[in-house]
Design a binder for this molecule. Structure first.
Ligand code: SF4
Length: 492
């Protein structure tokens, strides 16, 4: 997995990853829900070469996993005339660099023996980790940066979400939202998904220092005995936000400001054509569940390769597992659209918003923790759902559906309108009542729903939503307002 802060990479890097997936993996490349890239099916004997090739193109897998700060997400929209968008990307880069581990072990193990010499573990020289200390963090740590009007990176699901506060076009600081996290174990009641809580407003020039204090508190007080309860969300749950905030202040040596009143108000998938503010355009291309491959009439991998070679755009990856091509000259638009048609790549406006806002984790056959299908099951469910949405005239209405093959929640299934979480082979727990903006936890609506019954369960609810309020409120808001009991009556 390549760690890509803000989901930003060059055409050359993307083309090289496409080459790698053919040379060393299973011929497909996958965009993750954290704006990274995954190669699947890499043989153990090819692992070292894969990592070296990724580093050779100035990308890395370093800190893409482990008990450290993971890939830092940021809104990828390349509005060149909007300083706030550029500042968010800069902040993601700064955080990624600041919280990168200092250990040389990765380089010693994977990269150092370029001349063919083996490097033994005995040669590893420990280095001081100023942030992580000798034992690193109790568990992984996730950060993301967004704007209130566009929470496309789901700040409330992160250990530390950064909501940028903008004044006169410039980011003046951030509302820090702490203690979000998706994973849970159904058999362990002590585990649960959580949305983050507002911690403080932090001026831009103090951001790194305060983030470091938050990470240090988690490092020193996070649960190191029970790994299932090691994430920051459990520390904040056990302590309560006042104690957590007071401890962060103690580490900082000063008090924090109360959160700014601004909050998340919207979300955008950034698909389709947009003016980017400098006379050029950007184009968001939906990649269903992030999987870049050629299959049937949809030759996405070949098409993207041809388009990248022809137009050389900067690339941005989205948190909804899709791709943005930046800096397109408006005069190139007809040719680019023609190439998309040639390779069977659908324009965003030809897809329902349910498909555009749906994401899934890989699950079977590549994730060892999966209980059932997700990525391979969701397209057929969306096909069926699209038919029902078309009957109701709701194909252009936003509907976020996130599916995972197990409760660990890598596709953030506990906050959208509809969450589908693998529970047994072919069966899912259905969550309803979240929202596309990702500001609220959904509730468990039904357990052990067979995949083939999912749309049948949803259809009467969508009909009730349509007849009652689809014009004014989202499906998730409708479900939240009605509550589980009333929704069950609607189905009955
Ligand atoms: Fe994550 Fe579970 Fe999906 Fe694996 S199956 S990717 S652990 S949510």
């Amino acid at each position: 997995m390549s760690s890509i802060p803000g989901g930003r990479l060059t055409t050359e890097q993307m083309l090289a990853e496409l080459d790698l997936c053919e040379q060393l993996a299973n011929g497909t490349l996958r965009i993750t829900t954290r704006q990274g890239l995954q190669l699947h099916g890499v043989l153990k004997s090819n692992l070292k070469q894969s990592i070296r090739e990724i580093n050779r193109i100035k990308m890395t897998t370093f800190a893409a996993c482990g008990d450290v700060n993971r890939n830092v997400m940021a809104c990828p929209a390349p509005f060149r005339n909007n300083p706030a968008h550029q500042q968010m990307q800069q902040v993601a880069q700064q955080l990624a660099v600041h919280f990168r581990p200092r250990t040389t072990a990765y380089f010693d193990i994977w990269l150092r023996d370029e001349d063919g010499n083996e490097t033994s573990a005995a040669e590893f020289t420990p280095v001081e980790e100023p942030i992580y200390g000798t034992h690193y963090l109790p568990r992984k740590f996730k950060m993301a940066v967004a704007l209130p009007e566009d929470n496309c990176v789901d700040v409330y699901t992160q250990d530390l979400g950064l909501l940028a506060i903008v004044d006169e076009g410039q980011i003046i600081g951030f509302n820090l939202i702490a203690g979000g996290g998706m994973g849970r174990t159904p058999s362990a009641e002590k585990t649960f998904p959580a949305v983050g809580q507002k911690l403080a407003f932090v001026p831009s020039d103090q951001l790194i220092e305060v983030c470091e204090a938050v990470v240090a508190v988690q490092r020193d007080f996070g649960n190191r005995v029970d790994r299932k309860r090691a994430r920051l969300k459990y520390l904040i749950f056990d302590w309560g936000m006042p104690k957590f905030r007071a401890t962060v202040e103690e580490y900082l040596g000063r008090t924090l400001e109360d959160p700014h009143p601004a909050d998340v108000t919207g979300v955008d998938d950034h698909m389709g054509w947009h003016e980017q503010g400098d006379g050029r355009l950007f184009l968001g291309i939906n990649v269903e569940n992030g999987r870049i491959k050629d299959e049937g009439n949809l030759r996405l991998k070949s098409g993207l390769r041809a388009i990248l070679q022809r137009f050389q755009p900067e690339i941005r990856l989205t948190a909804l597992q899709s791709i943005i091509l930046c800096d397109i000259d408006p005069s190139d638009r007809p040719e680019l659209e023609s190439m998309m048609r040639e390779y069977g790549i659908q324009a965003a406006e030809d897809l329902t918003l349910a498909r555009r806002y749906s994401i899934a984790c890989p699950a079977f056959p590549t994730c060892g923790l999966s209980i059932t299908e997700a990525e391979r099951a969701l397209p057929a469910i969306i096909d069926e759902l699209d038919v029902e949405l078309a009957k109701l005239g709701l194909q252009n209405t936003k509907l976020a559906i996130h599916m995972t093959g197990c409760p660990n929640g890598c596709a953030r299934p506990y906050t959208p309108d509809i969450g589908l979480v693998g529970r047994a082979v072919g069966k899912y727990t259905m969550f309803l009542g979240g929202n596309p903006e990702g500001t609220r936890l959904a509730f468990t609506f039904r357990d052990m729903v067979p995949a083939e019954e999912i749309v049948g369960v949803l259809t009467p609810l969508l009909q009730a939503w349509k007849s009652e309020s689809a014009a004014e409120e989202s499906f998730g808001d409708f479900c939240c307002r009605k509550g589980q009991e009333t929704l069950e009556q609607l189905i009955a």
